[in-house]
Design a protein around this ligand. Structure first.
Ligand SMILES: Cc1ncc(COP(=O)(O)O)c(C=O)c1O
Length: 416
């Protein structure tokens, strides 16, 4: 009988004794000796646990005295590669991966707020983030006060009165594309000894690096532009080494970890982030300019259309990303549905940041959790459509929007 084969860590019985067929089935080919070659692309490590030659090393890794991996919920080499890439692109000391963007938002809250604390959040954030602050936080004994982060005077007054431990907003808000002056927000927070978490999903580290302005937690849904291909769900927080250490301890307990396969997919997506963001930005700028001139469109929200004044300084360059929202003039929910159904190219899907164009009706999906009157107060009306401009030819996206808007207008004329 043959030996169990390549097992760096000794298989039961080792080479001293021939192994039974079932034993070989279990161990053969596993744990090869450490290679002396380096793969050019990061390998996927699906292993849920890792072994060492001696228990002292294992003990040191468990005790965080030595770098290494013992169990994938605590850390995994492929996930670590993704974390290092995020930290490198955001310019932070470290980053921690999460199983989704929402797990990252929740962890950002838990890191800086406890029962009895207060937080100040922007109301125009992704609907599920709004639900965390409006509904879940109070159930944990954390009070949320909402404030307009573009009105810095109001924000300063609110922070002075409320004395929050944490401020939360989005760099480019979902779905109204409002841009926040991160340097001013960081100053206001520092004066009250509060931390700031910013969701940088729409901007990505290609457009904006919030940590440059003193933001403490840079939160991402990696499901969107970072992955970029609509095939992986994940999240991350880029932050200091000390805060990342605390987040990691938190995630050891709550287990909202990113799996190695998803980590690998998103890491692979990130290698083309600059190319994709450049083209998303160029395409969206053209589509936004076209929409702004199109009869039947009441308003277009795109950070590249308006003069942002001094707030423009948060951007790394002149590009403004791929996210647009627009109001179809006097549209009802029926009109919005008809528009979504009339599109041939853009997909009516609940996501963004993919290579293909995606449209979403916030009132139905991303912001469904908000009561209708709250949605309207924030500025999310019945005719508001969110568009994530993909990497198609911009003329094709424009032609698709044009024919769908014409269909809506024709239907309206027919029923009047
Ligand atoms: C700005 C923003 N943050 C967070 C999330 C949540 O991300 P995930 O779906 O990966 O949990 C989303 C999802 O659309 C989002 O748009």
């Amino acid at each position: 009988m043959e030996d169990a084969g390549t097992t760096g860590h000794p298989a039961p019985g080792g080479a001293r004794r021939s192994l039974g067929w079932a034993t070989r089935a279990v161990h053969a080919g596993q744990r090869p000796p450490r290679p002396d070659f380096t793969p050019t692309a990061m390998p996927i490590y699906p292993s849920s646990a890792f072994v060492y030659d001696d228990s002292a090393t294992l003990d040191a890794v468990f005790g965080n005295e030595r770098e290494g991996y013992v169990y994938t919920r605590y850390g995994n080499p492929t996930t670590r590669a993704f974390e290092e890439a995020i930290a490198a692109l955001e310019g932070t000391e470290d980053a921690v991966a999460f199983g989704s963007g929402m797990a990252a938002v929740y962890a950002a809250l838990l890191l800086d707020a406890r029962a009895g604390d207060r937080i100040v959040a922007a109301p125009d954030v992704y609907g599920a983030s709004y639900a965390i602050f409006a509904n879940l936080a109070p159930s944990l004994g954390i009070e949320t006060v909402f404030a307009d982060f573009r009105d810095l005077g109001e924000l300063e007054r609110t922070v002075r009165d409320v004395r929050p431990t944490l401020l939360f907003c989005e760099t480019i808000s979902n779905p109204l594309m409002r841009v926040v002056d991160l340097a001013a927000v960081a100053r206001i927070a520092a004066a009250a000894d509060a931390r700031v978490a910013v969701d940088n999903t729409f901007a990505t580290p290609y457009l904006v690096n919030p940590a440059r302005f003193g933001i403490d937690s840079v939160v991402h849904s990696a499901t969107k532009y970072l992955g970029g291909h609509g095939d992986a769900t994940g999240g991350a927080i880029a932050t200091s080494k000390e805060r990342a250490g605390r987040l990691r301890e938190l995630n050891k307990m709550i287990g909202a970890v990113l799996g190695p396969f998803e980590s690998w997919l998103i890491l692979r997506g990130m290698t083309t982030l600059p190319l994709r963001m450049h083209q998303h930005s160029a395409n969206a700028a053209r589509v936004a300019a076209w929409l702004a001139d199109r009869p039947g469109i009441a308003h277009v929200n795109y950070p590249g259309l308006d003069d942002l004044g001094s707030v423009a300084a948060i951007f790394n360059g002149n590009e403004r990303g791929g996210m647009i929202s627009f109001d179809i003039a006097e549209a009802s929910q029926d009109d919005a549905f008809r528009f979504l159904e009339a599109l041939d190219l853009a997909l009516p899907a609940t996501t963004l940041g993919d290579v293909w164009s995606v449209v979403l009706y916030p009132a139905m999906s991303s912001h469904r959790a908000l009561p209708p009157e709250r949605r309207r107060e924030i500025g999310i009306g019945d005719g508001l459509i969110r568009l994530s401009v993909g990497l198609e030819d911009a003329e094709d996206v424009i032609a698709d929007l044009d024919q769908a808007l014409t269909t809506v207008a024709m239907y309206r004329q027919a029923v009047v």
